[in-house]
Ligand binder design. Sequence first.
Ligand SMILES: NC(=O)c1ccc[n+]([C@@H]2O[C@H](COP(=O)([O-])OP(=O)(O)OC[C@H]3O[C@@H](n4cnc5c(N)ncnc54)[C@H](OP(=O)(O)O)[C@@H]3O)[C@@H](O)[C@H]2O)c1
Length: 316
Amino acid sequence: MRAVVFTEFGPAGVMHVAEVDEPHAGPGQVRIAVRASGLSAGEVLLRSGTLRDAVPHTFPHRTGFDAAGVVDEVGAGVTGVAAGDEVFGMAPMTVRGTNADLAVLSAWAPKPAAWSWAEAGGAAGGAETAARVLDRLAVASGQTVLVNGAAGATGSIVVQFAAARGAVVIGTASEHNHDFLRGYGVLPATYGPGLPDRVRRIAPAGVDAVVDCAGGALPDLIAIAGDPARVVTIADFTAAAHGVHMSHGAPADETGQALGAGADPLAVHGLGIAVELAAAGRLSIPVAATFPLTEAAAAHELSETRHARGRIVLIR
Ligand SMILES: NC(=O)c1ccc[n+]([C@@H]2O[C@H](COP(=O)([O-])OP(=O)(O)OC[C@H]3O[C@@H](n4cnc5c(N)ncnc54)[C@H](OP(=O)(O)O)[C@@H]3O)[C@@H](O)[C@H]2O)c1
């Protein structure tokens, strides 16, 4: 089968499609014939070599963390899903490889009928991350939440999950994305110098929690929240120096503890939340652009602009 791989760190051009061995569903897993798969911004950093010391890797590295498609193999112990079912979900973190013809998923949910394959293919990563960070901050109805980087692949899901919890949501984006955010009921603010003043004008009573999906602004975000403990970042590697938690997900043991130093348990229940919200017409997955597998390098180049609005998706 075909899979997107890279065999050395470097620019986007190191990405290519290769013929590789088919994966098979192990216990607790399903295999899907992939229809669409997401491009992860983290994997762009991995491919460039930026994360080479932080993330274990072997070559060839198969890319892609989430996908949607049609189940064609069901592993031992799996119930409630059968060959032919349409699902979206996530690959095991250490395996990845969803940017391919076939992919193994370790967590999945039924594909909402309202979503296109492209939307479903890019949904799981954002849904898991949104549930994880909002759980960590215990965001609840009536609170005010600021999402920094709200128009991106992850931020656009975080704002919708926070609004569904009953929070008032402020989101930062470039001016041209403010109407896009208003469409989700989000109060938009422009990021950059002076952000605390702009947020204070929008929310004079203060902000209860901040989710940082962009990085580079932690002093301002802490000033806005009033306490580093009320800020969680998924994107700023200087977090520890500011006393801020940087959330990354890892599988949990039987007690619910994450199997990884400093990690939060993967919030796979976020997939179920996404299904419920989609059924209620309260969650859309903005797709910034789609590319065929053979143009994965162009997809990575678009991600590197850091201005894609929503998820970049590879279509089979
Ligand atoms: N730790 C985790 O679990 C986890 C999970 C998912 C993602 N991440 C990380 O989170 C980050 C975001 O991921 P993503 O997939 O959402 O990326 P993305 O889709 O590429 O994000 C693009 C968005 O970032 C915004 N942006 C660019 N510069 C900004 C700035 N200085 N301040 C605020 N917003 C800015 C852009 O807004 P405008 O176009 O409006 O300017 C654009 O909408 C990446 O670093 C990724 O690696 C981490």
